[in-house]
Design a protein around this ligand. Structure first.
Ligand SMILES: C[S@@+](CC[C@H](N)C(=O)[O-])C[C@H]1O[C@@H](n2cnc3c(N)ncnc32)[C@H](O)[C@@H]1O
Length: 368
């Protein structure tokens, strides 16, 4: 199935994990026991992470059915496997019986989900988490960076050090001309312009004048100014796997597994455009919305209509978090007094964002 224009076919698994820092959404949403939340399913990690904060219900909405097949598989695996088996199926620890684990959970999956995963047995065998299109791109980027920088230099970047030594190492050793040149190659102006992305039309929040400059400064921040220890995103981008079983999202940690088991049924996966789903919801029914960066995949008009719905379905004092990767979407001016940006928190979120590729991560409170 194809959507409008250049959107990717909606049956393909694009993400097998989330590449957004869940701490940003957790700080924004300030989740309280019993809250009703809406998330974008994507790789499912952040939705599972939010469960640890005890919401009553999470609607995980995604326009791509494949992403919900993924989240459903994760839910069922959490419910019916033990922790070691679950992280083995995810590909975090090695094992040679992933297909047996899959066979054990098949009875709990719906038919469409089984049909989908039956075509992905090679991925199941390998372990799932680095198997979406985006993750395969990340593995390629890792190879390129390893080639340009040398594996030794990448390894030394991750050796534990305090923030001052991390800055010193980046400035003196990692920040080579080859490293900087890589961004010019990756974000080649002509190639981007062909895809309709001309930097002339953009206002970069960091003051950059081109995509290459902006992405270079995002990477520089992650490698230089944000502690590398604890940044599992950077480790995934540069080394293709989690560092160890401690430096993983909380939903993968053994100590949280029983809590997740008890709560996974609170997630309801919905395959639909987010705005259309919102239209189907009653007024004042949501405590928090985590919108990923879907606004920039919509036209400005459609994005504005989505925020009309955010306001309608949110409770007074409800919270909302969203990001931009490239296209500068914002709450429309006519809603600024009702969907109010928390400037201080938003500045903190972007400064501390471990997932670092976003130009904007912003927090809003609803006032009715
Ligand atoms: C916007 S993408 C970005 C991925 C994200 N940065 C992450 O780390 O997970 C996340 C998900 O949004 C979904 N999506 C895009 N537009 C949507 C829409 N209008 N309604 C619902 N889901 C949408 C995609 O199918 C994808 O799974």
């Amino acid at each position: 199935m194809k959507t409008e224009k250049s959107q990717v076919a909606l049956s393909k698994l694009i993400f097998t994990m989330n590449w957004e820092d869940p701490l940003s959404d957790i700080k924004t949403l300030n989740i309280k026991k019993g809250d009703v939340l809406m998330t974008i399913s994507s790789g499912g990690c952040n939705t599972l992470e939010f469960l640890l904060h005890d919401p009553g219900k999470i609607y995980a909405v995604d326009i791509n059915q494949a992403q919900n097949h993924l989240l459903n598989l994760k839910k069922v695996a959490i419910k019916h496997l033990n922790h070691d088996e679950f992280i083995q199926l995810m590909g975090i620890i090695a094992g040679n019986n992933n297909l047996d684990l899959y066979d054990r959970i098949i009875p709990y999956l719906d038919e469409a989900c089984v049909d989908f995963w039956n075509t992905k047995k090679d991925l199941i065998k390998k372990g799932i988490l680095m198997g979406g299109r985006y993750e395969r791109f990340v593995l390629l980027a890792k190879k390129v960076i390893g080639f340009l920088q040398g594996k030794g230099r990448v390894r030394r970047l991750f050796e534990p050090k305090d923030l001052e030594s991390q800055k010193e190492f980046f400035d003196s050793t990692f920040n080579t001309w080859r490293f900087r040149k890589m961004f010019d190659l990756l974000f080649n102006k002509r190639r981007l312009a062909k895809r309709g992305l001309s930097a002339d039309y953009f206002h970069f929040d960091d003051g950059s004048k081109s995509f290459a400059e902006s992405f270079y400064s995002r990477a520089r921040k992650a490698m230089r100014d944000i502690p590398i220890v604890g940044n599992y995103f950077l480790h995934l981008y540069l080394r293709g796997a989690y560092r160890d079983l401690d430096e993983v999202p909380n939903y993968l940690k053994e100590e949280n597994f029983e809590t997740l088991k008890e709560r996974v049924d609170r997630i309801e996966c919905v395959t639909m455009d987010a705005k259309e789903w919102m239209i189907s919801m009653p007024d004042n029914s949501l405590d928090g919305l985590s919108l990923s960066n879907i606004c920039e995949l919509k036209s400005e008009e459609d994005s504005n209509e989505l925020f009309d719905q955010v306001l309608r379905i949110s409770k007074n004092n409800g919270r909302c978090c969203f990001r931009n990767l490239m296209i500068p979407r914002e709450v429309p001016e006519y809603l600024e007094d009702s969907i109010i940006k928390d400037e201080e928190l938003s500045a903190q979120l972007i400064a501390e964002d471990r997932s670092f590729v976003y130009s904007k991560v912003a927090a809003y409170e609803i006032a009715k």
